[in-house]
Write a protein that binds this ligand. Structure first.
Ligand code: FES
Length: 181
């Protein structure tokens, strides 16, 4: 399978073949992303990510602060949540930049984080296995616990009232590469 790193502009996300990234490639690109993110004026960032076929996942008007909606993406067995944080979040979309989406499998050993969202703290967890908690307002970074990697963040786009998933930033637990189970 061809593996590439895509430098992806949100404004140009198009339907098409999914792109793949190995673990090594992802780790290398992560450093580049952090470096770029530290630069002034990086707001409408070009993120390094794996792009997948665009998928409509929710209506903007139906979202309520602190009430997550679940969806599967980019594969049927990959569970995610979409949530309006009520405060701006890293990678957030919408007028308030507070709508974000993340994979719901813990990055430590794949523990199920479903149903653990804490709206008061914009946090997901604690994981039922070893208690890791993730900050959804800061790209899913670890707040506490055994995990060392942030949750994979689902890249979102809004068109009118429709919210689309267009890619994944990070490695989904149990997948040797983003694009291959
Ligand atoms: S599997 Fe979640 S903390 Fe270990």
């Amino acid at each position: 399978m061809t593996q590439t790193i895509q430098i992806h502009d949100h404004a140009h996300a198009e339907d098409g073949d999914r792109l793949c990234m190995s673990r090594r490639q992802f780790l290398l690109s992560g450093g580049a992303l952090v470096t770029l993110a530290a630069l002034p004026g990086f707001a409408q960032a070009q993120a390094i990510q794996a792009g997948f076929k665009r998928q409509k996942i929710a209506k903007l008007s139906a979202l309520k602060v602190g009430e997550p909606v679940t969806f599967n993406y980019p594969f049927a067995d990959v569970r995610n949540l979409l949530v309006k944080l009520g405060t701006p979040g890293g990678g957030g979309i919408g007028a308030d930049k507070d709508i974000v989406a993340f994979n719901q499998q813990c990055t430590h050993m794949g523990g199920p984080l479903d149903g653990t969202y804490k709206p008061k703290y914009q946090a997901l967890g604690p994981c039922p296995l070893h208690l890791t908690t993730f900050d959804l307002s800061r790209h899913g970074m670890v707040i506490s616990g055994h995990a060392t990697e942030s949750l994979p963040q689902i890249v979102l786009e809004v068109k009118g009232d429709d919210i689309y998933a267009t890619g994944v930033m990070g490695l989904v637990y149990g997948h040797a590469s983003i694009g291959k189970a």
